[in-house]
Design a protein around this ligand. Structure first.
Ligand code: PLP
Length: 428
């Protein structure tokens, strides 16, 4: 059962886009796919607007994982018995699904890791240690998540690389002209977010990649926030590396992906050692398998990978363009309604934005906002969003962030807005 009723405007959103596919976006049917959404919180329908932190799971994901455990679970790759073969097939099928989801050329380019954080660390400590040396420059942006800052600092402390930061303007747009000026023959790697988790800015990543390549640099894209919100085509982007986490694309926690061009992956040394990643081991010397297995030592997250595969299938079947159009409508509506509330300031009004509205209020700290509206059943995130340098850029310690997913409705935006008026009433 759905937790929130469909506002008449939802139907309007569905049809005003003017294209046939979005006209058939039935958000109430979508909501029924997510068992958790039917519940109440403090006696109010749950309004889940914390999707940028982690998204809820559809029944097909939950079922795929339960089915794995109930019917064919076993360890993968190393068993000759029937269950191990079935598990291996399902695990590798999940890799194929993820490869298809981002249009990778080969499933061998898909490395399963714990998530985007581990993926970025793998690039820093495998690719970085092997190919970057003192004085080489890594460009990141001012709006990176800590996951795409700290690994480069650790690498800098170890190797003497130089980190340069591409600024953003007051609306949260990447300053492309400054980026061009920062690129030089010293630039060896550009590590940049596709969509900012704290602002919603969509970075013109294809152009960023083109310019980086022209300067002779490789590019790692942190696609954590793009995975759930837009169609990703790593070949069209020509990304060297691309990563995202399953739990933000409606899949389970504990798994994510690093895509890498195959020749680059195979040129990189393993980052962790153990079983399954080796070709031959003697006490004197070990040789390694090709990618992706050389980066996947030990027993992988088998059940989670299968759930991840089911999640990307779900998103793909629903249609990424239709999802993006639906979410864009919600974001535009939320921006309009929240702008009407006196004392609310939206942080991040980039030209291209996805699904995230970060804001502060004159009268209330972000944590107070989060706590008060929680009582109305509205779940948002309040804090620095693992982007402290970005908070410093906007001279705030924290923001409240409403982030929309494929199951959210305009009625839920209304619930958020009503809850914010309540905050004003309580705190002035
Ligand atoms: N990068 C961005 C832009 C994110 O939003 C997040 C998570 O919030 C991460 C990286 C880290 O992802 P994970 O915690 O799944 O490894």
């Amino acid at each position: 059962m759905s937790g929130a009723t469909l506002a008449p405007q939802d139907a309007a959103v569905a049809t005003s886009i003017g294209d046939n596919s979005i006209a058939s976006y039935d958000v109430e049917a979508v909501r029924r796919d997510f068992p958790i959404l039917g519940q109440e919180v403090y006696g109010k329908p749950l309004v889940y607007l914390d999707n940028a932190a982690s998204a809820q799971k559809p029944a097909v994901v939950i079922d795929s994982m339960r089915e794995t455990m109930e019917t064919y679970y076993s360890n993968v790759h190393r068993g000759l018995h029937r269950l191990s073969q079935l598990s291996t097939d399902a695990f590798e099928a999940a890799r194929d699904k993820v490869a298809g989801f981002i249009n990778a050329e080969s499933s061998d380019e898909i490395v399963f890791l714990r998530g985007a954080t581990e993926a970025i660390n793998l690039v820093a400590f495998s690719y970085g240690r092997a190919f970057l040396k003192a004085g080489d420059e890594v460009l990141i942006s001012e709006m990176e998540h800590h996951a795409n800052i700290v690994p480069w600092q650790l690498l800098r402390d170890e190797t003497g690389i130089v980190i340069k930061v591409v600024p953003i303007d007051d609306d949260g747009n990447l300053m492309l002209e400054t980026y061009k000026e920062l690129l030089s023959p010293k630039t060896k790697l550009v590590a940049m977010t596709h969509i900012s988790n704290a602002l919603g800015t969509i970075v013109p990543i294809k152009e960023v990649i083109r310019l980086a390549h022209a300067a002779g640099a490789k590019v790692l894209v942190d696609g954590c926030q793009a995975g759930p919100h837009m169609k990703i085509d790593v070949r069209d982007l020509d990304a060297d590396f691309y990563c995202f986490s399953s739990h933000k694309v409606y899949g389970p926690t504990g798994i994510g992906v690093l895509y890498g061009k195959l020749d680059i992956l195979n040129s990189m040394p393993p980052h962790h050692g153990g079983g399954e990643m080796i070709d031959r081991v003697t006490f004197e010397k070990t040789t390694y398998k090709e990618a992706p297995h050389r980066f996947e030592p030990g027993t992988p997250a088998i059940i989670e990978a299968i759930g991840f595969g089911a999640a990307v299938d779900y998103v793909k079947n629903l249609g990424q363009e239709r999802i993006a159009a639906h979410e864009h409508g919600l974001m535009a509506y939320a921006t309009e309604r929240m702008s009407e509330i006196e004392g609310v300031r939206i942080i991040g009004q980039a030209q291209e934005k996805a699904s995230i509205v970060s804001f502060v209020m004159d009268s209330a700290h972000a944590h107070d906002i989060g706590t008060i509206i929680d009582r109305a059943g509205v779940a948002v995130r309040a804090g620095h969003h693992c982007a402290q340098p970005l908070m410093a850029r906007f001279e705030v310690s924290a923001t409240a962030r409403a982030s929309f997913g494929l199951y959210n409705t305009r009625a839920e935006v209304d619930a958020l807005v009503a809850a914010l008026y309540k905050v004003k009433e309580l705190l002035g």
